[in-house]
Design a protein around this ligand. Structure first.
Ligand SMILES: Cc1cc2nc3c(=O)[nH]c(=O)nc-3n(C[C@H](O)[C@H](O)[C@H](O)COP(=O)(O)O)c2cc1C
Length: 217
């Protein structure tokens, strides 16, 4: 698969087949994620791969934390977002809505509980950054994650980045014995997408380039 097809075809999957992913495939995906560029080649990203009984234990703990604290999805900004961004977010939710309705679920409940269970994917990846780094190093980790998502796509695997779980970082660190020196930045669900699930039937749209670029000459 060429890189453009991987970019065009990748989408976040929110229902997975009960089909294991081989350790060799995960290692190959991480090998390619590690090819991402980083400032002065610091390679600050770190990945904790969780599967099998450990993943079940992690999911149980996240679901318990969510049942107690019910933190919902949001942009995480102190002030409300301008309309342009709100509209993009609304359109993404609207695209998902029919699939969620077909599953007979309420939207927020589906996304929150689904995120906390990595949407049933066989592999949960926890992405961390050592706290010694300044926040600008999130950029490097983001590039690493982008490579990871595309490498998974190239291997016929599906992913969903999951930011919501960072609200329960303390619980995650506790279950997986992640050092307090590491900041938990993102979760990623990894597995084979369920092609039949109504929730995997949509593709989010993107803004026209006019909205995001300017040329000077
Ligand atoms: C940093 C980040 C955090 C995200 N967090 C969540 C999440 O918590 N739950 C979820 O269902 N999707 C999450 N997503 C997936 C986005 O909703 C998705 O990427 C976006 O709607 C675009 O759709 P696409 O990935 O199918 O192209 C996240 C994506 C990113 C990049």
């Amino acid at each position: 698969m060429d890189v453009f097809s991987a970019m065009e075809n990748r989408r976040s999957a929110r229902a997975y087949l009960d089909k294991p992913v081989s350790r060799a495939d995960v290692e190959d995906i991480l090998h390619h994620a590690a090819m991402a560029p980083s400032a002065i080649n610091l390679q600050p990203w770190e990945y904790v791969i969780v599967y099998g009984k450990e993943k079940d234990r992690l999911v149980r703990r996240l679901q318990k934390a969510h049942a107690e604290r019910k933190i919902s999805c949001g942009p995480g900004t102190a002030i409300p977002l301008p309309e342009t961004f709100k509209n993009r977010s609304r359109r993404a939710s609207k695209a998902m809505q029919p699939g969620v309705a077909e599953l007979g679920l309420e939207f927020n409940q589906f996304v929150e509980q689904g995120s906390c269970s990595f949407y049933g994917a066989p592999i949960a990846i926890i992405v961390t950054l050592d706290r010694l780094f300044p926040k600008i190093r999130y950029l490097d980790v983001g590039l690493g994650v982008a490579y990871l998502l595309l490498a998974a796509q190239a291997k016929g695997l599906a992913t969903c980045p999951i930011g919501l779980i960072t609200a329960y970082a303390e619980e995650i660190a506790d279950v997986l014995a992640i050092s307090e020196n590491k900041e938990i930045i993102l979760g990623v669900a990894l597995g084979y997408a369920d092609p039949q699930s109504p929730i995997n039937q949509f593709k989010t749209e993107r803004e026209n380039l006019d909205a995001i670029r300017v040329w000077y000459e």
